[in-house]
Design a protein around this ligand. Structure first.
Ligand code: KG4
Ligand code: ZN
Length: 316
């Protein structure tokens, strides 16, 4: 059984083919980073226009790499939200047209549910069996949430961000530092050479809750930058990057520890673009080792938006 997955929720046009829920045959992503970079963030109207141009070439490529044709598909899974409405409309209209013309089922998939499924995916195309239950951390430009997952379709949200998503905070801090968009990868790189203790930024632990909050941290970083005479120096930028990143990671790891302990879980799955952060990854690996936790953390290319996760969720 071949399922085609489509995701156009934000600024990536993505299509993928999965066979029998076990093997990713293709996973094609066309990013729009170069289009949005000069604006320091995503421009929704430009994103949807680019999706219209790219949706068929990307799908054609996904079918070609998988070695199948449209007539071989058993179903089409499409991300219906959350996301940018104009962008989502392109993927949904396209998927509906294929479903109607081929007479195959249209399977709507929630983007966050897709991210939960991406923890099962390996870069070589194989699909892992994590077993249930597990704790899922979805940490991206749009979301920072913790879910208890008891089975396919059985999710309970434990907490989410009350304001900015973690990735959004990375992007905004990068913009303040004039580092361009997306901010996560460049802050990740600069933080390696900076001192994480150079500035003491606030950590919103919000005791008694699994919710997150990053807006106070973002304001503290802005005030630090505006108040510094050396704000243009390379050393200062590296130290801000390292100190900001450390504040985000400390809170995320602490919340994950609380949720694992309180829910009595010993399996943790990560997804979302910020899951590509090298420091967060090594912090989680160390935590998992110390606590005897089984950790599923997909490669960076699968942490970020893709359609293989949508196809896999659609299959189940
Ligand atoms: O999951 P994703 O591709 O799209 C959303 O659903 O949001 O995540 C994109 C976000 C951006 O905010 C980007 O800055 C962040 O993930 N990101 C990173 C890294 N790579 C991407 N954040 C921190 N460190 C990274 N290495
Ligand atoms: Zn996403």
């Amino acid at each position: 059984m071949f399922i085609l997955g489509i995701d156009t929720s934000c600024d990536d046009t993505a299509a993928a083919v999965i066979e029998d829920g076990r093997r990713i045959l293709s996973n094609i992503v066309s990013t729009q980073e170069t289009i949005h970079r000069k604006y320091g963030g995503i421009v929704p109207e430009l994103a949807s226009r680019r999706h219209i141009e790219m949706i068929w070439p990307v799908t054609e490529e996904a079918l070609r790499v998988a070695g199948i044709a449209l007539r071989d598909l058993s179903g089409i899974a499409v991300c219906y939200g959350p996301g940018l409405i104009g962008s989502l409309l392109v993927g949904c209209s396209f998927a509906k047209a294929i479903s109607y013309s081929r007479g195959i089922p249209l399977i709507p998939v929630n983007h966050i549910e897709g991210h939960i499924f991406s923890s099962f995916l390996k870069e070589d195309g194989s699909v892992l069996d994590t077993g249930f239950p597990f704790l899922a951390l979805i940490i991206s430009g749009g979301h920072t949430s913790l879910y208890r997952v008891d089975g396919f379709g059985l999710y309970r949200e434990l907490g989410k961000t009350r304001d900015d998503a973690a990735g959004e905070a990375f992007d905004k801090v990068a913009k303040l530092l004039g580092l361009g968009y997306p901010g996560g990868p460049v802050i990740d790189r600069l933080a390696k050479e900076g001192n994480p203790e150079a500035m003491t930024f606030p950590r919103a632990y919000l005791p008694g809750s699994y919710d997150f909050s990053f807006s106070g941290l973002k304001t503290a970083v802005r005030l630090e930058i505006q108040g510094s005479v050396s704000r243009k120096s390379e050393g200062f930028v590296r130290d801000i990057a390292a100190s900001f990143q450390a504040a985000v990671i400390d809170v995320v790891i602490k919340k994950v520890e609380w949720a694992l302990k309180d829910e009595g879980l010993n399996v943790l799955a990560i997804s979302g673009g910020v899951g590509a952060n090298s420091s967060l990854r090594s912090g989680l690996v160390t935590m998992a080792k110390n606590w005897g936790i089984k950790l599923f953390i997909p490669p960076p290319s699968i942490c970020t938006d893709n359609a293989a996760m949508i196809a896999l969720a659609g299959y189940h």
